[in-house]
Design a protein around this ligand. Structure first.
Ligand code: FAD
Ligand code: SIN
Length: 514
């Protein structure tokens, strides 16, 4: 059994920045971070565009960033959370820089700010087109300065340990993927920072670790989960048949002037929104979906040929070289692009201090639902949300940790990981992913969702009967987690559609009675 004061599940931007706050203030507290793969493997590592922060008060304002976020979120954001996050952004940016993260600057020494869809101003700070990698590397490096922070790589959290009423969390059961043993990690406070769930879908920009484990674990522990119907699709993932995850062509490339065209070379986005290529992701993804339905094609194209090549290579060296590697010279060729599942806007419900419905269990980053994003996240607001909420959670934990006791010893049956039929697990996983893209993807309609729900119930029975009695195994656990998240997406989508219909009916009745 491993004992620590604080157990953090996840070593992306949310988990690491939370750990750093505590480690600095309380060197006496032991902090244990779990990562299910290599410690750097995460959604954070692949973030491209950057982090949204209002810095230039002459051309921009907090109010404009707030308005852009609220508009992108379709009227479903929590306004006071949006205000908090936007206003705290400069402070958190300063801290990231203090921790060693470098952001690109212009020749005059000022930060170079990019533009992305839905933003009324250029306010995205970035490190070329590998902002996430820079953040991940620097936070991991900085964390080495704190002897009270210990990272356990290849440690897969299976389930939270709670009391029978789910009113207190004692830590988690954890599978050590190297020696195949199952252990208990106890703590006074636990933080879920497990990232997203893009792997529920066949096409996604998310790496294979993003299987929604935190949401599934929390759900099994009766913790409130919200807004899972709002899965954001990024409009411009590089289209390569059968390739998953898809390589992302950053929204910042459209902010830089790239256009989207159909196979005849015609731009079509102005038919859907006056902002054209700079409309929000939900609008552009749905527009592409509609165009592809009409044409029967599998992708549209991004045209970068008119852009200044030297400048492009300076801003987007990673995208430029990836395209070249797969045979696309962006100065001559169009890039084939299509939408892919990208971001989970909902998740584990948290308050402004990142507390879940269990008081000593926190959640932050992509696995959480803070109210910032509403139905559709504004580009580059995710890294920002993670650092703001990690800080708020940190402040709260520092105030309260001494009131939480270390749980007493637990007995654990000596169980080892058991081999599974990974080929069969993969087949079932594939079926879930295909079902979700076909029936619960960009456009969600009731009949499709009902079909998905029926099929998911059948798949659940299949898993239960084929793997009954199997001891935990990463592949099997991920499959169960994917299934749990898929079911949540489908059921919350159906609830949302019904609620919307009732509201529309109610509004119509109200209108007629006036
Ligand atoms: P992650 O960074 O995903 O970290 C999750 C951690 O949890 C990992 O360490 C993982 O190992 C661990 N974990 C998960 N399950 C378990 C388990 N069962 N046991 C143990 N450990 C576990 N957002 C922006 O704001 N700007 C961008 O430019 C941007 N670009 C993006 C580009 C791409 C390609 C992608 C995929 C996302 C992008 N996003 C961007 C979104 C953003 O990167 C993520 O939302 C954010 O990084 C999530 O951080 P996180 O710390 O919550 O989770
Ligand atoms: C991108 O670079 O397009 C991704 C930005 C984001 O997800 O916020």
């Amino acid at each position: 059994m491993h004992k620590s004061d604080i157990l953090i599940i996840g070593s992306g931007i949310a988990g690491l920045s939370f750990a750093l706050h505590i480690a600095k203030e309380r060197p006496d507290l032991s902090i244990c971070i779990l990562a299910k793969a290599d410690k750097a493997e995460s959604n954070t590592r692949y973030a491209q565009g950057g982090i949204a922060v209002v810095l230039n008060k002459l051309t921009d304002s907090f109010q404009q960033h707030i308005d852009d976020t609220l508009k992108a979120g379709g009227g479903l954001c929590n306004k006071s959370v949006v205000e908090m996050v936007v206003k705290k952004a400069p402070e958190r940016l300063k801290e990231l820089i203090e921790w060693g993260v470098e952001f690109d600057k212009k020749e005059n020494g000022k930060f170079s700010a990019g533009l992305e869809g839905g933003h009324s101003q250029a306010r995205i700070l970035h490190h070329q087109d590998t902002t996430g990698l820079e953040i991940e590397k620097k936070l991991l490096l900085y964390s080495r300065q704190f002897p009270n922070v210990k990272i356990f790589q290849h440690h897969f959290a299976l389930d939270l340990i709670t009391d029978t009423n789910h009113s207190v969390c004692y830590g988690a059961t954890v599978l050590n993927q190297k020696d195949h043993t199952i252990d208990i990690f106890t703590s006074r406070v636990t933080i879920l920072a497990t990232g997203g769930s893009g792997q529920v879908y066949k096409t996604t920009t998310n790496p294979t670790v993003s299987t929604g484990d935190g949401v599934a674990m929390a759900y099994r522990a009766n913790v409130a989960i919200e807004n899972m119907q709002f899965i954001q699709f990024h409009p411009t993932a590089f289209y390569q048949k059968g390739q998953s995850p898809s390589f992302l062509i950053s929204e910042a490339v459209r902010g830089f002037g790239a256009t989207l065209v159909n196979k005849k070379g015609q731009r079509f986005l102005f038919d859907y929104d006056t902002r054209g290529e700079l409309a929000t992701r939900d609008i552009i993804s749905e527009a592409i979906y509609t165009e592809l339905k009409k044409s029967g094609e599998e992708h549209v194209f991004m045209d970068c040929r008119h852009l200044d090549l030297t400048n492009f290579k300076t801003h987007f060296p990673n995208i430029y070289s990836y395209c070249l590697k797969v045979g696309i010279d962006i100065s001559n060729d169009w890039i084939p692009v299509a939408p892919a599942a990208h971001y989970q806007c909902g998740g584990i419900a948290v308050n402004k201090k990142a507390q879940t419905s269990i008081p000593n269990l926190y959640a932050c980053g992509e696995c959480s639902c803070s109210g910032l994003h509403g139905s559709n996240r504004l580009a580059s607001n995710s890294l920002l949300e993670a650092v703001v909420f990690a800080n708020e959670a940190g402040l709260h934990v520092l105030q309260t940790i001494d009131t939480f006791e270390q749980p007493t010893n637990f007995e654990i049956e000596s169980v080892r990981e058991q081999t599974v039929d990974s080929k069969r697990i993969n087949e079932i996983k594939n079926e879930i992913q295909t079902l979700m893209i076909q029936k619960a993807g960009i456009v969600k309609i009731q009949t499709n969702l009902q079909e998905a729900r029926q099929r998911l119930i059948k798949i659940e029975n299949i898993i239960f009967s084929e793997f009954k009695g199997n001891a935990p195994h990463t592949d099997l656990w991920e499959l169960k987690n994917l299934l749990a998240v898929a079911k949540l997406i489908v059921s919350q989508s159906l609830q949302y559609i019904t609620k919307k219909e009732t509201l529309t009916k109610h509004n119509k009745q109200l209108y007629h009675s006036l």
